[in-house]
Design a binder for this molecule. Structure first.
Ligand code: NOJ
Length: 534
C-alpha cells in the first residue's frame, strides 16, 4: 500500500468534470465558455477539488457538442481562443488546480480537413486515415455493425462508391488506428497540449479505437429486447475492446510519461473483468480506466457491496482504483436515487478507495431537467426518440444564484434552466453547512485531511438489506463508513467498541459517541472514527 506521501498527484486528487457549454457564460450568448470557467475557478478551489476535466473545447460543428472535431489544436470561438485557454491553464495552476483535456482520438468531424481529403478520392493520401469498405454485392453495408446513435455504422459515400465506418454519428467518421500516420498525428496533438502545460487527458471511447481487421459481423445479443437501446441488438465483439488497442494505449502512455506525471483517464464502458485489462502491465496502460459501476448498477446495498469487492479483487497490483457518480452522458445521481439518497451516494464516492470524479452540479444536488421537445439538442435523442436515451437533461446550466439567468448567462441559455434553479444554486447553499454543497465540501476536506480515506486500505465491514459498511485504515488510524441506502432507520450489525461520528450526511451528529451497533437514520451515511480496537 502506497503511503500518502509517495502517491502521485492524481491518486490523491478529486477530479471535477466541467461541461464547458453549461458551466459559466461570460459573453451572453447562452453557452458557457473558457472565460466563464476562469471566473469560477475560485469556487472550485473553495470546493476543494484538485483537478478539472474539461469536456471538448475544440473547433467543432457541434453535431455532437464538441465530440466532432475539425481542429484538434485550437479552441472553438464559442468557447474563446487559445489565449483564453492559456489564461485558464495559468489561472488554474496558480490555484493549485490541474487541468485535463478531453482527447477524442476515435473519430473526427466529417468536416475535418483529414476527412475532407480522405473522401475526395479513393487515391487521396489520407484515404486510409479512415475506415473504408466496398459495399456487399447487393450494395448493402459491408458488415452488420451498428452506430451507437442509431442505425448502421456504415455511411455510403456515392462519390467514391465505398462506405465509411462511424461508431457514433455519420458526421463523426472513425479514424483508422491501424494506420501509423494516424497514430503519429494524434501523438502530435497530445504533444501540442502537453507542451502548453495540460496535466493530462480524459480519452474519449478509448476501448473503441481499434476494430476487427477481418471485419467480421457482430453476433446477435441474446439478451436484447425491443425497447432497449437499439445498439444493444448486437454484441460489439468485433468493434470494441480489440486486443490491439493496448498497443495504441502503450504508445500514448510512453508519450505522457516522457512529460513527467501526466494523467491518462480512459472512458471505457466494459464489465470490470475486461475493464481492469486497461491498466495494462505496469507503466503501459491508462492510469485510470473510468470505473462506471456506481452509474450503471442498481442502487441496492448487496449489489454495490459485491461490486466494490469484485473490483477491489480484480485490480492489478499496480492499479489505482477510481469511482464515478455521474457524467454528461448519464442521468444525474439525484434523479436516479433521489435527493436524500444522493447525499449518501456523495459519501460513498468520496470515502471509497480510489480517485473520485464528480460531475458539475451534482455537488448542488442538481436533478435531470425535463426538456420540452422543441428544445431537444442531443442528436442521440433526436435519432432514437422516446427511449429515454437523451442526454440534455443532465447537461443543463449550472445555477449560481437566483437571478433570471441563474448567474450562468445574461442571455438565453442553450438548454433550459432547472425549474428549481431559483432555489437550488451555489449562493443559497454556499454558507449552509447542511446543504448538499456543504456536505460535498466537508467530504472533500475530510478526504484531503485523512490519509486513511485518501490512501488507506479498504476492508468490507458488512452489508445487509439496505446497508453497507467498510473500514478505511492507514497508520493505525481507522475510519468506519456505514451507509443506509434506504429511507427507513436501521441499526446495523457492525460492532464498534468506541467511536465518534466524524461526519454524517444528516446534520447535527458530528462528535456524537457511538458504541455497539451503529444506528443510522433513514438516508444516512456516517464516517466514524474508531477509538479503540474492537
Ligand atoms: C463519449 C462521450 O462522452 C459522448 O458524449 C460522445 O457523444 C461520444 N463519446 C462520442 O464521442
Amino acid at each position: 500500500m502506497a503511503g500518502a506521501s509517495t502517491m502521485s498527484w492524481w491518486e490523491r486528487a478529486v477530479i471535477y468534470q466541467v461541461y464547458p457549454r453549461s458551466f459559466q457564460d461570460s459573453d451572453g450568448d447562452g453557452v458557457g465558455d473558457l472565460r466563464g470557467v476562469i471566473r469560477r475557478l475560485d469556487y472550485l478551489q473553495w470546493l476543494g477539488v484538485d483537478a478539472i476535466w474539461l469536456s471538448p473545447i475544440y473547433p467543432s460543428p457541434m453535431k455532437d457538442f464538441g465530440y466532432d472535431i475539425v481542429d484538434y489544436t485550437d479552441v472553438d470561438p464559442i468557447f474563446g481562443t487559445l489565449e483564453d485557454f492559456d489564461a485558464l491553464l495559468a489561472e488554474a495552476h496558480r490555484r493549485g488546480l490541474r487541468l485535463l483535456l478531453d482527447l477524442v482520438p476515435n473519430h473526427t468531424s466529417d468536416q475535418h480537413p483529414w476527412f475532407i481529403d480522405a473522401r475526395s478520392s479513393r487515391t487521396s493520401p489520407r484515404r486510409d486515415w479512415y475506415i473504408w469498405r466496398d459495399p456487399r454485392p447487393d450494395g448493402s453495408p459491408p458488415t452488420n455493425w451498428l452506430s451507437n446513435f442509431g442505425g448502421s455504422a456504415w455511411e455510403f459515400d456515392p462519390a467514391t462508391g465505398q462506405y465509411y465506418y462511424h461508431a457514433y454519428l455519420r458526421e463523426q467518421p472513425d479514424l483508422n488506428w491501424r494506420n501509423p500516420e494516424v497514430r503519429a498525428a494524434m501523438l502530435d496533438v497530445m504533444r501540442f497540449w502537453l507542451d502548453r502545460g495540460v496535466d493530462g487527458f480524459r480519452v474519449d471511447v478509448i476501448w473503441h479505437l481499434v476494430k476487427d481487421e477481418q471485419f467480421r459481423d457482430n453476433p446477435p445479443n441474446p439478451g436484447y429486447r425491443p425497447g432497449m437501446w437499439p445498439y444493444r441488438a448486437l454484441l460489439p465483439t468485433y468493434t470494441t475492446d480489440r486486443p490491439e488497442v493496448h498497443e495504441v494505449i502503450a504508445e500514448m502512455r510512453r508519450l505522457l510519461d516522457s512529460y513527467g506525471e501526466r494523467l491518462m483517464v480512459g472512458e471505457i464502458y466494459l464489465p470490470v473483468e475486461r475493464l481492469v485489462a486497461y491498466y495494462g502491465d505496469a507503466g503501459t496502460g491508462v492510469h485510470l480506466p473510468f470505473n462506471f459501476q456506481l452509474i450503471g448498477l442498481p442502487w441496492d446495498a448487496p449489489t454495490l457491496a459485491a461490486a466494490i469487492a469484485a473490483y477491489e479483487g480484480l485490480l492489478p497490483a499496480h492499479g489505482w482504483p477510481n469511482w464515478v457518480l455521474g457524467n454528461h452522458d448519464k442521468p444525474r445521481i439525484a434523479s436516479r436515487v433521489g435527493s436524500a439518497q444522493a447525499r449518501v451516494a456523495a459519501m460513498l464516492l468520496l470515502t471509497l478507495r480510489g480517485t473520485p470524479t464528480l460531475y458539475y452540479g451534482d455537488e448542488l444536488g442538481m436533478r435531470d431537467v425535463p426538456i420540452p421537445p422543441d428544445r431537444v439538442r442531443d442528436p442521440w435523442e433526436k435519432n432514437t426518440p422516446g427511449l429515454g436515451l437523451g442526454r440534455d437533461p443532465a447537461r443543463t446550466p449550472m445555477p449560481w444564484d437566483d437571478t433570471p439567468g441563474a448567474g450562468f448567462t445574461a442571455g438565453e441559455p442553450w438548454l433550459p434552466l432547472a425549474v428549481d434553479a431559483r432555489a437550488i444554486h451555489v449562493t443559497a447553499q454556499r454558507d449552509d453547512p447542511s446543504s448538499m454543497l456543504g456536505l460535498y465540501r466537508r467530504l472533500i476536506a475530510l478526504r484531503r485531511d485523512e490519509p486513511a480515506l485518501r490512501a488507506g486500505s479498504y476492508t468490507p465491514a458488512g452489508s445487509g438489506e439496505g446497508w453497507l459498511a467498510y473500514l478505511r485504515e492507514s497508520g493505525g488510524r481507522r475510519l468506519l463508513v456505514a451507509l443506509n441506502l434506504g429511507a427507513a432507520p436501521l441499526s446495523v450489525d457492525v460492532s464498534v467498541e468506541s467511536s465518534r461520528v466524524l461526519l454524517s450526511t444528516v446534520p447535527g451528529r458530528a462528535g456524537e459517541a457511538v458504541g455497539g451497533r451503529v444506528a443510522l437514520r433513514g438516508d444516512e451515511g456516517v464516517v466514524l472514527e474508531l477509538l479503540e480496537r474492537p
